[in-house]
Design a protein around this ligand. Structure first.
Ligand SMILES: [Mg+2]
Length: 357
């Protein structure tokens, strides 16, 4: 099947939260900075490049981060400021296209197949976007340019920070072949582990697998893995307004069959959904729990609220209740997922920003 010819740019701000803090407080410039709480259960939300040199990364427990980098400076997150910078970045994007799909506050896909300012190439558009972002916010972004979302995302990561990299169609396969599976967009920790246990470490090894075999191992995602390993990604850029749901799911390496072990996984999934909802500044009325059984049968159970919710407590406790109502002894579960839908994307709530940092 012929693919639609697209020009896609993936824009990703460099060490976003940390760079904003360094911009606004010159004393932090050039120093290892972690945005997040230093308390016992705190987690690093973002690390400056100086901190990354010590091995500090986002999502790392703050206690671990302090050990790796003794001089690490913890800064409280200021989500209102990040959101306002995010709005500035989006106003730059909109000068070029309305087809913008945000992945988080500081990251988005842009379809510039048609661009409003009639620049000749997508690369010129990317150069200009970077320039205007720098001018408007004082911050640097990295941009990746290619023919689909998958490749554009690889490209933006390639020369970070302040990078601009173009993956042309004839270079694409070589990039994919060499890409470690954990860097594949859409491959989470569990999937990466499973791939490695199957002897798949990079794109080249993934490409050796047939679509049937990948679907057998990974379900629906197997088809996506097959496509991208072979350089095909026909997914369109879906703009914010069209987004229908926000979710996260986990496939277990070993099937789970107790309510307790499933509940343990559920809170992690709820945390991931909450974080995505918060990054997109969204909220939704319906929470859906998805359960896939060892035999690949799948069921969903939903609960709707009268007003949109976005907080961890509502998401987790609803999903947990649905799980308890559904679970029966003897069930063997291979995947759990939570989705928030009936979205209200203009929700401006600061309560939801009260994250566990
Ligand atoms: Mg970023």
């Amino acid at each position: 099947m012929p693919e639609t010819t697209r020009k896609i740019i993936h824009v990703d701000m460099d060490a976003f939260f940390a760079s904003v803090e360094q911009r606004d407080n010159p004393e932090l410039a050039g120093k290892p900075v972690a945005v997040g709480g230093s308390r016992k259960r705190g987690v690093v939300a973002a690390a400056s490049y100086e901190a990354r040199q010590f091995g500090v990364y986002s999502a790392m427990p703050s206690v671990t981060a302090s050990k790796k980098c003794p001089g690490l400076i913890f800064v409280k997150p200021r989500f209102d400021v990040y959101k306002s910078v995010s709005r500035d970045i989006h106003s730059v994007f909109r000068q070029f296209t309305d087809l913008i799909e945000p992945l988080s506050l500081d990251e988005a896909f842009l379809d510039v197949t048609q661009n409003k300012l009639a620049f000749g190439t997508a690369t010129e558009v990317a150069v200009e976007i970077k320039k205007r972002i720098k001018h408007k916010t004082g911050l640097t972004a990295s941009a990746g340019v290619s023919i689909n979302k998958f490749l554009a995302k690889i490209a933006s990561d390639y020369q970070k920070p302040d990078g601009l990299f173009v993956i042309k169609p004839d270079m694409a396969q070589q990039f994919i072949d060499r890409l470690p599976v954990e860097k594949f967009f859409g491959v989470g920790k569990v999937t990466a582990l499973k791939m490695k246990s199957l002897g798949i470490r990079n794109g080249l090894e993934l490409k050796q697998w047939s679509q049937t075999d990948l679907v057998e191992q990974f379900g629906k995602a197997g088809k996506y893995f097959f496509d991208v390993a072979n350089g095909h990604d026909n997914r369109p850029v879906i703009s914010h307004r069209e987004r229908k749901s926000i979710g996260a799911e986990t496939t277990f390496i070993d099937d789970k069959n107790t309510l307790e072990s499933l509940t343990d996984s559920l809170w992690l999934i709820a945390e991931e959904v909450t974080s995505r909802v918060s990054k997109l500044n969204s909220a939704g009325r319906t929470i859906t729990l998805k359960i896939k059984f060892a035999n690949f049968n799948q069921i969903t159970r939903s609960h709707s609220f009268l007003t949109p919710v976005s907080d961890y407590e509502s998401i987790f406790s609803t999903a947990e209740l649905l799980l308890r109502q559904t679970f029966e002894k003897g069930m063997s579960v291979r995947l759990l997922g939570i989705t928030l839908s009936n979205l209200d994307s203009n929700k401006q709530s600061s309560a939801q920003m009260n994250l566990n940092l």
